[in-house]
Design a protein around this ligand. Structure first.
Ligand code: AMP
Ligand code: ZN
Length: 455
């Protein structure tokens, strides 16, 4: 069997394809004007999960994730670039803002065990690619220079507009604000800017055949994915809010430029809520990975929480779920260590079947719990199944935690109990056993004295 994932465009679960054994993937990256929150990270982890599943089953992946450092407009103020607004708020250079948050994004990915992409192109460094693509779209009569000197995509020229999101041109109402910028020079309300003339703006602008200006947000993903993935994307990943207009417009641009269907599978992750409310900066409900760490929780507990839910369902994360996940990780790591030291991998067909069936991670985790508790499976097989599963889950289950975790109090109680046993003070010995068990240890009295292990 091979991995099959739900495709937003065809509304079907489809098997993934690849060109000459390499699956090309593109994941819309962060707009680097602030820290990525756990919602953003849930989406980035979705692309890491897909990549890991393909690789663990013998495939090869080429993954590109862009860094948006220009052109993404604020939803609050018309014509305000998110980067420039943040630069003004922090009284810093916009590029300094961009590089600071980009570095923090990479740090978060590292803490979450996300494998590195093959490229993280920055929008500000890909301007020439965007200009070339816009030129091409003008030549092919999919784009035009508007009354205001900006360049716009001619949505009516692209007949299958709406195939991805279901938003047909005739249903899009004039005046619907979905571009958040002044686009008064366009011919039709659903058209969008590919290149915006600078006007009053003096920062983050570049020269172009249409004068000084800056790119629209959507063109960057078309230009980068087409250039860096040789005009074809097998799997395109992003959060559900990007389905329209960002991905609808990206599809129009890429397909018009190449005259092919450029993306095989559009994968959209559902949104994350936190304690009942949507996680977003604008609603003031934001939790960062650094907040998880400062509560003393393993950052991978967030990864485990996400895996406990289907990617296509909204999920509501809570502190208590993160605490439970943190304890679960500790337990699984201790067990994996108790089951031996072998590095052998064993594929559990039911685990794999669940994952390959549209990434049914809750069912895959349930299967792992059955393996963990099974009386029939040997310890070494349990370890081999867990290590294999972890290649896709990325939870660092073979991290060694056994010895260094015992506290001084636990050691003192073990010593005391040893003395109590030698003095035949059985009531004291039993009371100490109970206290040790409550602290997470399992105690066994064998011929060579008491032995402990983590429960
Ligand atoms: P941004 O940095 O705002 O461009 O967003 C980066 C990615 O995070 C995009 O794929 C968004 O769709 C996704 N995203 C934004 N908010 C959430 C959320 N609450 N839950 C899951 N994904 C989100
Ligand atoms: Zn994008």
């Amino acid at each position: 069997m091979t991995l099959a994932i739900y495709d937003t465009a065809s509304r079907e679960v489809k098997k993934i394809q690849s060109q000459s054994g390499v699956t090309s993937m593109y994941c819309c990256g962060p707009t680097v004007y602030r820290d990525a929150h756990l919602g953003n990270l849930r989406t980035f982890l979705l692309s890491d999960l897909i990549r890991r599943v393909i690789e663990v089953t013998g495939g090869e992946v080429r993954l590109i994730q862009n860094i948006t450092d220009v052109g993404h407009m604020s939803v609050d103020v018309i014509g305000e670039d998110k980067l420039l607004a943040q630069a003004a708020a922090e009284d810093k250079d916009p590029f300094e803002i961009a590089r600071t948050y980009e570095a923090k994004f990479h740090k978060d990915l590292e803490l979450l065990n996300v494998k590195k992409a093959d490229g993280y192109p920055r929008a500000s460094e890909t301007i020439d690619l965007m200009i070339a693509m816009i030129n091409d779209l003008i030549l092919k009569e999919f784009a035009y220079i508007g009354n205001d000197g900006s360049v716009y995509f001619d949505s009516k020229a692209f007949v299958s507009y709406g195939d991805l999101s279901g938003n047909r041109l005739e249903a899009l109402k004039p005046g619907h604000r979905y571009e958040y910028s002044d686009e008064s020079g366009k011919k039709f309300h659903a058209d969008w800017a590919l290149w915006k003339i600078a006007g009053e703006r003096t920062e983050m602008i570049w020269d172009s055949p249409w004068g000084y200006g800056f790119p629209g947000w959507h063109i960057e993903c078309s230009a980068m994915s087409m250039q860096l993935l040789q005009n074809h994307v097998n799997i395109h990943v992003g959060g559900i809010d990007l389905r329209f207009p960002h991905h609808e417009n990206e599809r129009a641009q890429s397909n018009a430029a190449t005259e092919t269907e450029t993306v095989d599978l559009w994968v959209h992750g559902e949104h994350l809520l936190f304690e009942g409310r949507k996680m977003s900066k604008s609603s003031g409900n934001v939790v960062l990975l650094s907040d998880v760490v400062s509560r003393g929780l393993d950052p991978l507990s967030a990864r485990l929480c996400f895996l406990e839910n289907r990617y296509r369902s909204q999920m509501d994360l809570t502190w208590s779920a993160l605490e439970i996940a943190d304890a679960q990780l500790g337990k699984w790591r201790r067990k994996t260590a108790l089951w031996g030291t072998s590095t052998e991998l064993k594929v559990d067909p039911e685990f794999l079947e669940a994952i390959e069936n549209d990434l049914d991670t809750p069912r895959a985790l349930q299967r792992l719990r059955l393996i963990e508790k099974s009386q029939e499976i040997s310890d070494s097989d349990k370890r081999a199944f867990f290590i294999y599963a972890d290649k896709t889950l990325g939870l660092d289950l073979s991290r060694v935690v056994l010895m260094r975790d015992i506290s001084k109090d636990q050691q003192d109680m073990l010593n005391e109990r040893s003395v109590a046993r030698s003095e035949k003070r059985w009531a004291d010995s039993d009371a100490l056993r109970l206290a040790l068990e409550n602290s997470g240890l399992a105690i066994k009295d064998g011929a060579s004295g008491q032995e402990w292990s983590w429960r």
